[in-house]
Design a protein around this ligand. Structure first.
Ligand code: HEC
Length: 134
């Protein structure tokens, strides 16, 4: 009887551990922009002027969390519950429209910039974020 209880205990702990592992795997839901943004054309050419504006806007609004080079190591990042990600890797599979949408709408700890930045400013930021790509 005693060994039976031990087995049950072990089995239960395994189940709990498995459940926790599954939750941490599933919980950070992937952030996906609506389909219409994926195909949205970036109307702002990524030239020197746009990149200079993008950089200035980035350092002013985004670097505090995302870091100057988009590595997710800004001074504020430590205080966040959500990892802002490493943009030198994370953005490769995303369309310009995805980044445009996410910057405008925000999610959780990522602030919403709709109404704070103009569409053109957001596109400058998108162009600048592209320079993080490795
Ligand atoms: C207060 C901290 C903070 C600031 C400031 C901030 N972000 Fe974020 N950002 C985050 C966090 C946290 C996430 C991850 C959100 C999630 O997945 O739940 C994120 C996610 C993103 C994503 C989505 C990345 C992906 O892989 O899907 C983009 C794009 C983005 N931020 C752009 C910006 C831009 C551009 C600015 C400045 C205009 C900015 N962020 C300012 C915290 C911040």
């Amino acid at each position: 009887m005693k060994s039976m209880n031990l087995k049950t205990l072990v089995a239960c702990s395994m189940l709990v551990l498995f459940g926790l592992a599954l939750m941490s795997y599933v919980a950070p839901q992937k952030w996906v922009a609506p389909a219409k943004y994926k195909t949205m054309k970036n109307p702002v050419k990524s030239d020197a002027t746009s990149l200079a504006s993008g950089k200035e806007l980035w350092n002013k609004n985004c670097a505090s969390c995302h870091g100057k080079a988009g590595l997710g190591d800004g001074p504020k990042a430590r205080t966040l519950e959500t990892n802002p990600g490493n943009f030198s890797k994370d953005l490769t599979a995303q369309a310009d429209g995805d980044l445009f949408y996410k910057t405008k709408t925000g999610k959780g700890e990522m602030p919403k910039y709709e109404g704070k930045l103009s569409d053109d400013e957001v596109w400058h930021l998108v162009n600048f974020m592209r320079t993080f790509k490795k």
